[in-house]
Design a protein around this ligand. Sequence first.
Ligand code: M6R
Length: 608
Amino acid sequence: MCGIVGAIAQRNVVPILLQGLLRLEYRGYDSAGLVVVNNSHLERVRSTGRVAELTEKSASTHGHLGIAHTRWATHGVPSERNAHPHISSDVIAVAHNGIIENYEELRTRLTAQNYVFTSDTDTEVIAHLIHSHYARGNSLLVATQAALTELVGAYAIGVVAADNPDLLIGSRKGSPLLLGVGEGEHFIASDASALLQVTKNMVYLEEGDVAEIGLRGYRIFNAKGDEVKRPVHISELTNESVELGEYRHYMQKEIHEQPQALADTLEAVCNSQSLVPGIFGAEAATTFADIDSILILACGTSHHAGLVARYWLEEIAGIPCNVEIASEYRYRVSVPNPKTLVVTISQSGETADTLAALNHAKSLGHVHTLSICNVPESALVRLSKLRMLTRAGPEIGVASTKAFTTQLAALFLLTLVLAKLHGKLSKEVEQQHLHALRHLPSAAQAVLNLEPAIAKLAERFSDKQHALFLGRGLHYPIALEGALKLKEISYIHAEAYPAGELKHGPLALVDKNMPVVAVAPNDLLLEKLKSNLQEVRARGGELYVFADANTRFHSSDGINLMQMPEHAGFLSPILHTIPLQLLAYYVALQKGTDVDKPRNLAKSVTVE
Ligand code: M6R
């Protein structure tokens, strides 16, 4: 979703702004722009194309202070006039990420005060509001603080004024923003990857913070206006971790990083002889002992991870578990149980619906909260009592891959720790699970060896419009995830069903043009699944079966078999995800879509 970069330095900041925008491209955008302060003027360049186009257009732009933005359209079509930064009265420029909910009312009021709107965006009201306070003689800081009190909604903003070449303002509420601390220069950005080019020292702004940033230093004020200190973190991100290297796309790179990401996520556990609750935080043991049920809240792929976890939690730990789509839960009237552990799952930790769902759960009186997240300093992590960080490293491709499999690994650990605390895990079984977890990274590596065969298989999908994915039990959510991956990046319409549900409706869709992808582990439901697949073959459907060893599937006319190296028991969903990611990737390559930045989508969905 939208990205912000801002800089104040003794050198030309335009290359820094552009390089930062390039790093934020993965968030998803449809236009870009920048403003620099130059000789008491605002110089603005905007474009509806890629950042590369903006770079060409800003070849002669210079300035020591500036803000830049990639816009993912919400209010108003993607166009140059709607691209940020927005300017008020040639004096105030604002770049904004988020949604201002009361913008219509503010727009009416500001229009009555003779402000002229030149865009359809909600952001423009922020620029005019700040200007209305600034024009009354307030400092830029005070004018911004005053304007922010009038906004309803979510924002991260960067603000500059034409007549104030020594000051950059940044603020956040509901959308991420951090401050980069350099030597005699300072920066703001939506995430750390945009600033690695200039500094590793990052200050994460908290909800409602406003930062007043100069060349030599900065001051941060909280939502109440009190000056506060926020810690400086040394980012562990490296330039290599956000670069493509030998791979053609980030998605391919991230699929291949899964063995290492799993090993990193499981490191603390695999090196020890037994499971301890401490991996979820200092208070985990007391919290986990007090709970009698689990509520998982998440969106998209992270929601699918929650669906897998429900099978584990109920079967292994014997704890009732509900899994809800965050955007539904937040508006549903539900009955809270104070002994429920609320688990939020998110790659980014900034997904607006998941954050709102967590806040909603807390407002209902839920006190036991745990987040499973890939971004340590994210809002979600900060809002939760307990946390388990997946260590997947930065995920740039919009399609979530390594984040998903590491979320599953973390959720399996949660299951085992809860099972142990609730007396459901013998020492012997604990050791068996630990053994399987230690083996998981190399098992994932073995699955990656199927890549050339899957690339070949993908050729058969290139002319398809629709696909069905089938799974049963633990692997039904994996079918959902496979379908999501395929539709998201190849734009083929894909649906997933629990295979037993086929004859209750979707079988009507099956004919020779319908590819049916089946996730076929060697588990207790195998024979049932085989019967379901017979129903598909009997209607002429083309089967693509991802089957474990010893499942006695054979390739034949209408049955394309992909043999998985081994059956991984409870961990099988993690391994069965990988070939479906590869299938989606190679089908997208066939179709020539923009794999890492699929149309209409954003990496972090920071608006509702
Ligand atoms: O950052 P999050 O895990 O909270 O994101 C949730 C979804 O937006 C995300 O998983 C989305 O579904 C992915 N693009 C799917 O590949």
